[in-house]
Write a protein that binds this ligand. Structure first.
Ligand SMILES: Cc1cc2nc3c(=O)[nH]c(=O)nc-3n(C[C@H](O)[C@H](O)[C@H](O)COP(=O)(O)O)c2cc1C
Length: 372
């Protein structure tokens, strides 16, 4: 399998990646309540670099002390201790030959831990909080953010990006996917504002565009800034952008004029073909690539070597990101180059909880089982 297109090097912004295999952001609920990354997390992230991935994107990291935090035991980037914790993580990833970006996340209405949440409009989110992340029962009804609170959220992203650069990260990914704050603004069912942040399809992208501009201004030249988008949401995996290509074309045209360095499409829960292909057959990442001219990351079952080869060969995307496939195979690129079998992901590796300890325990059992 050494000729697989995933194994070809790629230039992303100022960075040369040794291949096109990327670890997708994976929240691990493994940080102390201080939000300071630990030595265990450094070892965990370094395993992906040692396993051959060219780029590792961190788990979603909260950006301000107000309404951003998604769950207890989430890492943050709002103080110097958190910067120091991340610096040790990034150093180990770099030492093993990979680049690392930090995913910057604001939970908005989908916080498992904050008693008072804030979102574009006071609409109770669908379904229930996520038990795996310490949540229980219905989501609270969020307060509608004031213009000042929106500006504070944007400033939080910018300040966190500045801290990410100080920690040694090579870039940041703004989390605009999966139903969190920026996605809540993009989505008409959760954004019913009549000010500059709501109304038309274009106006609903204002928060995303303001955030990109503020982050770009905050970071040094050569520091990469990406945006993750999705159709599905953690509390509604089946959600699809409502009017086919029109919404997509509007947003991609606006993003083409921003200073963004890459786009990343998430397909959580239902796989790539459901998450990234519209009913009329339009492949969203490919359309984004055509309209913006930006490098695009694709996601959703990309540990399947034939699917990854197809999306790269057909220029649907430029890089593939692995979530569950990387959890089960932290050495997926090395396995691919050596033609070794890939371990299937099993949900048990996230039990009894989503922490990295559970993953390590599962991986140990697998290798014991394999040796017997
Ligand atoms: C345990 C777990 C944690 C996740 N945490 C995040 C996160 O912090 N940010 C994010 O954008 N996506 C997150 N995701 C979604 C993944 O990045 C990815 O989109 C999803 O697993 C689908 O890709 P796959 O088919 O390769 O698993 C998470 C997924 C899992 C399984």
């Amino acid at each position: 399998m050494s000729g697989h297109p995933v194994l070809n090097a790629f230039h992303l912004g100022a960075h040369r990646l040794r291949n096109r295999a990327v670890v997708a952001p994976l929240s691990r609920v493994s940080t102390p309540a201080s939000g300071v990354p630990t030595a265990a997390m450094a070892r965990y992230y370094a395993e992906y670099a040692q396993g051959g991935f060219g780029l590792v994107i961190s788990e979603g990291t909260y950006t301000d002390p107000h309404y951003a935090q998604a769950f207890t035991y989430q890492p943050g980037l709002i103080d110097d201790a958190q910067v120091a914790g991340w610096r040790a993580v990034v150093a180990q990833v770099h030492a093993a030959g990979a680049k690392m970006f930090c995913q910057l996340m604001h939970a908005g209405a989908l916080s498992q831990c904050l008693p008072q949440t804030a979102a574009p409009s006071p609409i109770q989110p669908l379904r229930h909080k996520l038990k795996n992340y310490g949540g229980e029962g219905p989501w609270p009804v969020p307060k509608a953010m004031t213009a000042l609170e929106i500006e504070q959220a944007v400033a939080g992203f910018a300040q966190a990006a500045r801290r990410a650069a100080a920690a040694g990260f090579d870039g940041v990914e703004i989390h605009g996917a999966n139903g969190y704050l920026i996605d809540q603004f993009l989505t008409h069912t959760t954004n019913q504002r009549q000010d500059r942040y709501g109304g038309s399809v274009a106006a609903r992208a204002t928060l995303a565009l303001d955030t990109i501009a503020a982050v770009k201004q905050a970071v040094p030249a050569g520091f990469t800034v990406g945006l993750r988008l999705s159709q599905g949401k953690v509390n509604d995996f089946d959600y699809q952008w409502p009017d086919g290509q029109n919404t997509a074309r509007t947003w991609f045209s606006l993003l083409a004029q921003s200073q963004l360095d890459y786009l990343h499409f998430a397909s959580e829960g239902r796989g790539y073909r459901h998450g990234c292909v519209l009913k009329d057959g339009t492949v969203l990442p490919q359309l984004a690539r055509d309209i913006t001219g930006l490098p695009v990351m694709v996601n959703g079952g990309m540990h399947q070597a034939d699917l990854a080869a197809q999306v790269l060969d057909e220029r649907q995307g430029d890089l593939v990101t692995l979530g569950t496939g990387a959890l089960a195979n932290p050495d997926w690129p090395n396995k691919l180059s050596q033609g070794e079998a890939v371990q299937p992901f099993q949900p048990e590796m996230l039990t009894p909880d989503v922490t990295i300890e559970s993953t390590w325990a599962w991986r140990r059992n697998q290798s014991v089982g394999a040796a017997v």
